[in-house]
Ligand binder design. Structure first.
Ligand code: UDP
Ligand code: MG
Length: 335
């Protein structure tokens, strides 16, 4: 059998507190797993010493590629860059804070060798999350599955192994705001999961505040489902039907029972209520429109400021064309 090598894809954003532990753990892992030959560390525009530290820590080590975005483009795009750049036969996407344990990555590699194309981690326990965060996450995965019509695994984040076939298929997707876990589920292939307890991050603080988390959830839903738009149609019909019933009731009280209806002050609230509802759905429509606008502009999804290997070689032309225009250094991709 030809030797099959595996890549690790690790996005980092302001993680100076843990770069040392991360590289140490990866090196220890590689001693037990020599098939791990490519490590892509994607610095998502950190403002702290993350990149400098990575350069220093990996100097002279084999197989590291360091990528630095020109600014913070977001975790999902850092993962996208990793998937675009990886050359290995399979890649494991994992967080820098070691909340996605390396020994589980090892189990994923074993499953891949059994013939699976996607091996995702299913979170059994969630370390370091509040009650609300934990339950909102659980609820979201269920809502997503219901609305997206995609057979997405429940309680699985982006921690997963993907095979070369999946990475090649991935390159055909050029969404501006890719929702990685949803898209990989959408791609299909042989998928399986491994349950694991998610530990707390080894150092530093979460780079995913509630607002970003919510944004990711909304992005995920909007990129996979037009249900919110249909909801407006259904609710509109329901209200129209209700208002006809209301009109009949008004006519009956006036002409049959002979009493006028009092309490017209309540009208104003009815007015506000429907005004609010209309604005809300206008917003829903608007957010879909904004996504379309984003796609049409077809901007590069991320911009790479610096890319180098740990052996000191310049890594140049490795940017795949399908990336809907990734830009390396000074050379913008032509369309
Ligand atoms: N991350 C990133 N860009 C961002 C936010 C986060 O690359 O804008 C990285 C971060 O460095 C980490 C991973 O994404 O490796 C997951 O982030 P974090 O651990 O903060 O999220 P949580 O585990 O709290 O959901
Ligand atoms: Mg984390």
């Amino acid at each position: 059998m030809t030797p099959r090598n595996v890549a690790l894809i690790v996005p980092l954003y302001n993680e100076e507190a843990l770069t040392g532990i991360l590289v140490r753990e990866i090196e220890a892992f590689r001693r037990t797993r020599p098939e791990v030959q490519e490590i892509l560390l994607i610095d998502d525009g950190s403002r702290d010493a993350t990149f400098r530290q990575l350069v220093r820590l990996t100097e002279g080590l084999d197989g590291y590629t360091l990528v630095r975005f020109s600014r913070n483009f977001g975790h999902q795009l850092a993962v996208t860059a990793g998937l675009d750049l990886a050359t290995a036969d399979a890649a494991v996407i994992m967080d820098a804070d070691l909340q996605d344990p390396l020994d589980v990555a090892g189990q994923m590699i074993d499953k891949w060798k059994e013939g699976y194309d996607v091996v995702y981690g299913i979170r059994r326990e969630r370390g370091g999350m509040s009650f609300t965060e934990r339950w909102s996450a659980r609820l979201f995965y269920r809502v997503f599955r219901r609305f997206s019509g995609v057979d997405a695994p429940l309680d699985a984040g982006d921690f997963r192994l993907v095979s070369r076939r999946v990475m090649d298929a991935w390159k055909g997707l050029s969404e501006q705001q890719p929702y990685v876990r949803g898209l990989i589920a959408w791609l299909g292939f042989n998928q399986t999961g491994i349950e694991y307890d998610r530990p707390e991050r080894v150092a530093g603080t979460s780079k995913y505040p509630m607002v970003k988390r919510l944004q990711l959830a909304l992005d995920g839903l909007a990129s996979f489902s037009a249900q919110p738009l249909r909801l407006a149609v259904r609710l509109g019909l329901l209200l129209a039907a209700g208002s006809i019933a209301g009109l009949l009731w008004v006519l009956v009280t006036k002409y049959v029972l002979g009493t006028a209806i009092t309490g017209w002050a309540s009208l104003i609230f009815v007015g506000f209520f429907f005004g609010g509802l209309q604005l809300f759905f206008l917003g829903v429509v608007g957010s879909y429109l904004a996504r379309v606008y984003d796609e049409v502009k077809d901007r590069p999804r991320y911009v790479v400021q610096d890319m180098r290997s740990s052996r000191g070689q310049a890594v140049g032309a490795a940017m795949p064309e399908q990336n809907a225009g990734a830009v390396v250094g000074e050379e913008p991709t032509k369309h």
